[in-house]
Write a protein that binds this ligand. Structure first.
Ligand SMILES: CCCCCCCCCCCCCCCCCCCCCCCC(=O)SCCNC(=O)CCNC(=O)[C@H](O)C(C)(C)COP(=O)(O)OP(=O)(O)OC[C@H]1O[C@@H](n2cnc3c(N)ncnc32)[C@H](O)[C@@H]1OP(=O)(O)O
Ligand SMILES: Cc1cc2nc3c(=O)[nH]c(=O)nc-3n(C[C@H](O)[C@H](O)[C@H](O)COP(=O)(O)OP(=O)(O)OC[C@H]3O[C@@H](n4cnc5c(N)ncnc54)[C@H](O)[C@@H]3O)c2cc1C
Length: 629
């Protein structure tokens, strides 16, 4: 099928999703039980899956319909099939060999096999090498014995595992020829395809309520010496032959490939959640009036308070900047993956480093921004019906899953200090780290010049990385490696974030310079970029003085410059959020509808409270009168 661009996909969705017979009628789920919510979200997730299949969408189209913009409408409490689609299917496609793909994918696409990605255990999530589920190969029976040694090694968290999946890709420690071979993926049937009962030796269930995303259907899973045929180890990378001999993968971390893909997907997708939150806060900030009446007799719109502009507008700029840079990361991932499939893994280390740091930077920025936007809506932002709490719960989950952010930033830092110290293979042409081996960009700082800001962001990244690399190098002379590393952890994380920021602003600078459709659009992108840059400096003034070459006077000028830019951006706030092209039904917020009819909507949603059904609820007689209050 021909690939459509983002806007066309939305038009397409307008007819296909919003008007789909099984999807168009939504219900408020706040008052449903856990089980009812699950059933509602699952049936909608299934309808969505069928639609994807009927439409024959390619991976880019799937990424759009799976995006939070759309999945927040189809599965408002979390998609129990998300991990099936985002991790299980891609793992099979990329880590199963051709025979395995042809053996399983038919059943995956006809819905007979529903899977999950079971890696995290109760006692190990971050440290994947420490996982304790074992897969021991027996050449006599040509089977693996999958076993959970004790409860702390139970799989815990996989999405869809709770009550939805009948298969799992299980990441386990492989033993063959009596040797430990590290973590490998195994395709394991966990429930009967017909009856959905757990298969012999399997203990499986759901883990319980969470901060949000409660129908992701996260589960637990234990194995009691479950036999799995040899052909069920995913063998595109490493292989176990019938006699138990072992063939190594082309890259030692090839089996971590799904995590890299999902990090890129999460980075891209969390910006969708920010766009929704920014649209809600922008619209509400126009509608909401509060304070001493002005000359026109009206109370001011809250957006005209300078403090409100600072709470809302930089995050609209961030939507544009982060959307563009994560979209480019997605394209880069597609390119590197095809190289890796062709046997060339040269670009993998840097892709891993970039995916780690962008997933961390974007989820951290977006969850902080969504919380700021929620606060900008005052008390009404605390209501579930504003949608802002759920958006926050979604974004902050991204800071933990698919690699806890600190840990991922440390992976990036490891790559950066090696590059700075020259102990890694030199970067390829076009690499994002060549700046570390070049003299610092000495473009003088000038308020109002985006290029000067970008250069300063680069100097901060370079300064942070080279400083911590030197400190680490010095400590290594006097203490064991692990202690030296621990001694620098905080600075390493800061260095990785600074690198991430530089990556983001360079990518956006390129997008702005390549944009040629109209002068007005070019100017608006420049304004958004200027806001993003001035805000970035204001958030890290110390860094810009210490490493970026800014003086205290530059910092003062930047503060004033930012506020001036915000006033300049303010009249464009609504068109800029309207341009996200989000229909009311996708936004689904009492505060964020296009017509601004906030107060009527708030009353309308209150009417759904079961406590308002009777004038005097039964609880009054049952609880208050009995206890003689
Ligand atoms: C047609 C169908 C297609 C369908 C497509 C669908 C598209 C959908 C689009 C999406 C849109 C919407 C998406 C939204 C998503 C929302 C729903 C998702 C639901 C939740 C999902 C969450 C799932 C999970 O959380 S799964 C569990 C994830 N767990 C982790 O991430 C664990 C984190 N830990 C690690 O990864 C490792 O332990 C690590 C990397 C921290 C350390 O590993 P290790 O100890 O083995 O290595 P080191 O010793 O530290 O390093 C050695 C060496 O290896 C290098 N390296 C490490 N990792 C990698 C890698 N991945 N690749 C390359 N290289 C790697 C490392 O840099 C070191 O290199 P040196 O050179 O030696 O320095
Ligand atoms: C909503 C949700 C969905 C999930 N879905 C799945 C799924 O489908 N499949 C799956 O397998 N897993 C899933 N997970 C699990 C998830 O991947 C892990 O929770 C995540 O990788 C973090 O690991 P952890 O819980 O072990 O955190 P921990 O590593 O225990 O983190 C706790 C703290 O320790 C710190 N820390 C740990 N190690 C280090 C270190 N080396 N250096 C410095 N600090 C460190 C962290 O920074 C953090 O502050 C999901 C989790 C959530 C919340």
């Amino acid at each position: 099928m021909v690939s459509r661009n983002r806007s066309q996909v939305k038009d397409h969705l307008g007819s296909k999703v919003l008007n789909h017979p099984e999807l168009r009628n939504t219900k408020a789920t706040e008052y449903m039980s856990h089980e009812e919510k699950y059933r509602y979200n699952l049936s909608r997730a299934t309808a969505m899956l069928k639609l994807i299949d009927e439409e024959g969408m390619d991976v880019n189209e799937i990424s759009k319909v799976m995006s939070h913009t759309v999945s927040g409408f189809t599965t408002p409490d979390g998609n129990p099939l998300a991990v099936h689609q985002v991790m299980f299917v891609p793992t099979l496609m990329n880590q199963a060999d051709d025979d395995q793909v042809s053996r399983w994918l038919g059943d995956v696409f006809n819905g007979t096999i529903v899977g999950t990605y079971a890696q995290t255990e109760l006692s190990h999530g971050t440290f994947v090498r420490g996982l304790r589920t074992t897969a021991t190969y027996d050449p006599a029976s040509r089977t693996f014995d999958l076993h959970t040694p004790d409860v702390s090694a139970a799989k815990w968290w996989p999405g869809g595992l709770g009550t939805t999946a009948n298969h799992a890709v299980v990441m386990a420690q492989l033993y063959t020829d009596g040797q430990p071979r590290g973590i490998h993926p195994f395709m394991v049937a966990i429930r009967d395809r017909e009856t959905h009962r757990p298969l012999p030796g399997i203990t499986v269930g759901e883990i319980g309520p969470k901060l949000g995303q409660n129908t992701l259907n996260n589960g637990y899973l234990l194995f009691d010496h479950v036999k799995v045929p040899r052909e069920n180890m995913l063998m595109r990378n490493a292989r176990v032959n019938e006699d138990g001999s072992y063939t190594k993968p082309s890259h030692q971390k090839a089996s971590y490939g799904t995590m890299v893909f999902t990090r890129v997907a999460i980075a891209l997708d969390t910006v969708d959640a920010l766009q929704i939150a920014a649209t809600i806060a922008a619209r509400y900030s126009i509608v909401r009036r509060q304070g001493e009446p002005r000359d026109d007799g009206q109370e001011p719109q809250i957006i005209d308070y300078q403090t409100q502009q600072l709470k809302v507008l930089p995050h609209i700029a961030a939507c544009y900047v982060l959307r563009a840079s994560t979209a480019r990361l997605w394209e880069h991932h597609t390119h590197v993956t095809s190289e890796v499939r062709g046997g060339d893994t040269a670009l993998l280390p840097e892709l891993h480093a970039t995916a780690c740091c962008l997933k961390a930077l974007v989820t951290q920025d977006c969850s902080e921004a969504i919380e700021a936007l929620r606060l900008s809506c005052g008390g009404h932002g605390y209501m579930t019906a504003s949608r802002l709490p759920a958006l926050y719960a979604y974004a902050t989950a991204g800071a933990t899953y698919e690699g806890e952010n600190t840990v991922l930033l440390l992976q990036t830092a490891r790559y950066l200090v090696k590059q700075a110290g020259g102990s890694h293979a030199p970067p390829a042409a076009g690499s994002a780290v060549t700046y570390l081996s070049r003299p610092a960009d000495d473009t003088p700082f000038a308020v109002g010049s985006p290029a000067a800001y970008v250069a300063a962001v680069g100097r901060v990244a370079r300064g942070r990385v080279t400083e911590v690399a030197a400190a680490l190098q010095a400590d290594r002379q006097t203490m064991p490696e692990a202690d030296a590393w621990n001694q620098s952890l905080v600075q390493l994380v800061a260095a990785a974030l600074a690198h991430g920021r530089y990556f983001v602003v360079r990518e956006f600078a390129e997008v702005v310079s390549q944009q040629s459709s109209s002068r007005a659009i070019q100017q608006m992108l420049q304004l958004l970029f200027s806001v993003y840059l001035a805000h970035a400096v204001s958030r890290a003034e110390g860094d810009f003085i210490t490493y970026g070459g800014l003086t205290p006077s530059d910092i003062r000028l930047n503060r004033r410059h930012l506020l001036r830019l915000l006033a300049e951006l303010r009249p464009h706030m609504i068109p800029l959020t309207d341009a996200f092209d989000l229909p009311d039904r996708l936004i689904n917020s009492t505060l964020g509808a296009w017509d601004g009819d906030v107060y009527r909507r708030m009353f309308e949603q209150a009417s759904h409270s079961p406590l308002n059904t009777d004038e005097v609820p039964a609880s009054f007689h049952q609880a208050m009168l009995r206890s003689k209050l």
